[in-house]
Design a protein around this ligand. Structure first.
Ligand SMILES: [Zn+2]
Length: 347
């Protein structure tokens, strides 16, 4: 985080740094893409104004003004560039809203909104990126995360049931409806023979339930066919025989890892390790609403997959993701959640 210190001196320096990350090759108009933009006077909060000459011409006006934040997630925010930069540094440190609010000296509600915007930006751009696929050696496993209707009294009413009882074991496989949404985890093992190989790459998806019909399209989209595919004996994965070199360990019989005759190590221990570290991360939020679970999971996924890089590179990669969307996802989600069942919100 040390590299941020020079940019945290005032709003102008913070705005300059954020602009440099958004447009490393020079500012272009967020509306038309033209680079024929001329700087104008700054806004009160330090953001640079620009006049886009082609846009002005098309609109028949003298000026068509945009700023550093036009058409970005930050556009409607009242938070100053310096505060945003600080919040983003704290966000990368995996802090929760209470901790960010205290450290950045902002209101907790504001901090909550900030992390939802940032997590939402990562979810929309990085998590939903269709071309990101796993290959070679991929482990799959599922786990269950307690997540209820925290902060949504009306949701509890709508289900016509008492608030979820904590610590009670329900019979059968948990679902989102029972307050324990399942997560599907896919991880591409790190290639140990390649010194420069990145960390193990994960893909994590919050599910409604763990039926084959639910997980099949996800696995087909995210794992390249022909990959080695390691799971436990759970029968929902049987369909993967068709497209993958599917091998299973029998947890029920006490088998957790084995070496096949061809030298392949069959286990799901990489994924087990990631579950432990994800739980550790989610515990920081001290009870998580089902509405936000997929956002927090997306932050974990991103930070995990970029975790092998130096801090600054990860920070700027996150910023480029966040700048590549206008935050429509988050606006849609906050608009819809009042009228839609929880389980549909995160689609
Ligand atoms: Zn323009």
């Amino acid at each position: 985080m040390k590299h941020l210190i020079p940019y945290l001196q005032d709003d102008q320096k913070a705005a300059d740094y954020l602009r440099q990350v958004r447009w490393p090759d020079g500012v272009t108009c967020p509306r038309c893409g033209s680079d024929a933009v001329t700087p104008r006077e700054r806004c009160d909060n330090g953001l640079q104004r620009f006049n886009c000459v082609p846009c002005a011409g098309r609109l028949g006006q003298q000026f068509a003004i945009c700023t550093d934040w036009t058409s970005s997630i930050f556009e409607e925010s009242k938070l100053r560039p310096l505060d945003w930069l600080l919040v983003m540094g704290l966000w990368q440190l995996q802090l929760n809203a209470t901790e960010i609010a205290a450290a950045a000296n902002i209101q907790e509600r504001t901090a909550q909104r900030c992390i939802n915007l940032l997590d939402g930006g990562i979810y929309e751009t990085y998590h939903l990126e269709p071309t990101r696929q796993l290959e070679h050696q991929v482990e799959a496993d599922e786990c269950y995360q307690s997540a209820g209707s925290k902060g949504l009294a009306r949701e509890v009413e709508r289900h016509e049931r008492a608030p979820r009882q904590r610590g009670i074991q329900l019979r059968g496989r948990a679902t989102a409806e029972t307050g324990r949404p399942p997560l599907l985890g896919l991880v591409q093992r790190r290639d140990k023979t390649d010194q420069d190989a990145p960390a193990a790459q994960v893909y994590l998806e919050v599910l409604e339930n763990v039926r084959t019909t639910t997980i099949k399209p996800i696995i087909a989209a995210k794992v390249k066919s022909g990959a080695q595919f390691f799971t436990d004996e759970y029968n929902i994965y049987r369909f993967t025989k068709a497209d993958y070199d599917h091998r299973t360990v029998n947890h029920g019989a006490g088998e957790y890892a084995r070496r096949d005759p061809d030298g392949t190590c069959v286990h799901c221990n990489t994924m087990e390790g990631i579950w432990a570290s994800l739980r550790n991360f989610l515990d920081r939020f001290k009870g998580i609403s089902q509405r936000f679970l997929h956002l927090r999971v997306a932050r974990y996924e991103f930070l995990h997959n970029y975790g092998h890089l130096p801090w600054r590179q990860t920070f700027e990669a996150a910023l480029r993701c966040i700048f590549s969307t206008t935050g429509d996802y988050w606006r849609r989600m906050t608009h819809q959640h009042r009228r839609m069942p929880l389980t549909l919100c995160y689609r």
